[in-house]
Unconditional design. Structure first.
Length: 440
């Protein structure tokens, strides 16, 4: 299956006029962060929206500013937004009706006229008395269509969709986006290289990258085609410990990251190898992904260009107490800066997906488990644990039903025994197993 869009609709405007609020009103699944201060949205996010007989790809950009900025992040946001405008079929130019027209609105209008784009001026905050008085002043921007709305209350959204639909009807050709075979999430602390990795995999600067920690605020998703397989890759905001999360915005960023993990099939956990350690926070993330969410897990030790022998030895020493866990997980040394082993990531991801989605015959599973119990019987208070049948009930994650004599006797250590047996028989590296003991 694939998603077909009849047009690409891009939301633009200066900072803090309600672009993300408009996106959230129109979007059905993806939600943009909204806060009452400037510059919350940095990377563009997108979703599919259908109205009547047409579906379009809706894109929310960061605030557009025509003036070059000395702030590296603000400048990248500006360049990215202008690039999105150039690719748009229809531009929703959002202005603040409550504030009225300002000089920057004129400057953005000049750019849109220069690019020759189909533009709908969206006057937001029409529920405010001042906006009703200011609405006609936006006619001076020189665009034919001006639609008043209230993103907060939903007023005028139907009229806006009708206006968009009218323009889409004149556009020929559809934008096709294949349905992804599986989903991959990039996870890690701030500034470990997640955004750099996504850009490297896409071979384009899709996500803003800066030396400042916390540059990525949204969960940004893009599709990658590898070996003719379409894969959705999501870059997540950096995850800090709870006590290090001080602002409400950062708390929402962490929630976005965790939501992306729950929605993923495979998680790539990035670790800054140049620190010479794997932190308690990173270990907790790894255990959470593998043992609580049952996602396939690959650990990428980034920034190898900064790692010398002493740092490498220190990292191995730090990991030693957790070898029981790491021996189950695929680990790869990479450098987003130099490109070291970047080309090995997607082949490894594809291989792990094959393991995560594989299926086993009930007869083979039963034979392996029963043979293991014959060689090493398990007991509960001198009572013999018996396994009558084993069968797989689900893949991705692999879920196994064990028909046993007393399910309550099959606790964590007993199930870990079967986990180890199956890992010795099958290629299950980076793949969690779920066991369900029952009497029938």
């Amino acid at each position: 299956m694939s998603t077909k869009y009849d047009a690409r609709v891009v939301i633009v405007g200066r900072m803090n006029v309600g672009k993300s609020s408009l996106f959230n009103r129109l979007s059905t699944s993806v939600k943009s962060l909204t806060f009452d201060y400037e510059g919350v949205t940095r990377d563009f996010i997108k979703d599919g929206v259908c109205w009547k007989n047409h579906c379009f790809e809706l894109i929310d950009t960061g605030g557009v500013s025509l003036k070059k900025s000395e702030d590296s992040i603000v400048e990248k946001v500006r360049q990215q937004a202008i690039g999105m405008i150039e690719q748009a079929n229809v531009v929703l130019y959002v202005v603040d009706g409550a504030v009225g027209m300002v000089a920057e609105d004129h400057e953005i209008a000049k750019l849109l006229h220069k690019l020759g784009k189909t533009v709908i001026v969206v006057v937001n905050k029409i529920d405010v008395a001042a906006a009703k008085e200011n609405i006609y002043t936006f006619d001076r921007l020189g665009f034919e269509q001006v639609v008043p709305v209230s993103c907060q209350h939903g007023t005028g959204i139907g009229d806006l969709l009708e206006a968009i639909d009218g323009h889409i009807a004149t556009i020929k050709g559809a934008i096709k986006e294949p349905e992804p075979l599986y989903k991959v999430a990039l996870l890690g602390k701030p500034n470990v290289g997640k955004s750099s990795l996504l850009n490297a995999l896409l071979n384009q600067e899709r996500v803003l990258v800066d030396a400042k920690a916390g540059t990525t605020r949204e969960a940004i998703s893009e599709q990658v085609t590898f070996y003719q397989e379409d894969i959705l890759v999501t870059d997540t905001p950096g995850v800090r410990r709870k006590r290090a999360v001080r602002e409400p915005l950062e708390g929402l960023m962490v929630k976005r990251a965790m939501h992306a993990v729950k929605d993923a099939d495979i998680v790539l956990l990035l670790v800054d190898a140049s620190s010479g350690e794997i932190s308690d926070q990173e270990l907790k993330l790894a255990f959470y992904v593998f043992h609580e969410q049952y996602k396939a897990l690959i650990i990428l030790f980034n920034k190898q260009d900064l790692v010398d022998d002493a740092i490498q030895d220190q990292l191995k020493w730090e990991m030693q107490p957790y070898q029981y866990f790491f021996k189950k997980i695929e680990c790869l040394d990479i450098s987003c800066k130099t490109g070291k082993n970047i080309g090995r990531i997607m082949p490894l991801v594809s291989k792990v997906w094959g393991r995560y989605s594989q299926k086993f015959s009930a007869s083979e599973l039963t034979m392996i488990c029963q043979e293991a119990l014959r060689k090493k019987p398990l007991y509960h208070k001198k009572e013999l644990l018996k396994l009558f049948r084993a069968r797989q009930v689900k893949a991705a994650p692999i879920t196994l039903l064990l028909i046993v004599n007393q399910p309550a006797w099959f606790g964590e250590s007993q199930l870990a025994y079967f986990d180890g047996i199956l890992r010795r028989h099958f290629d299950l590296k980076s793949v969690p197993l779920i066991f369900i003991p029952r009497t029938s």
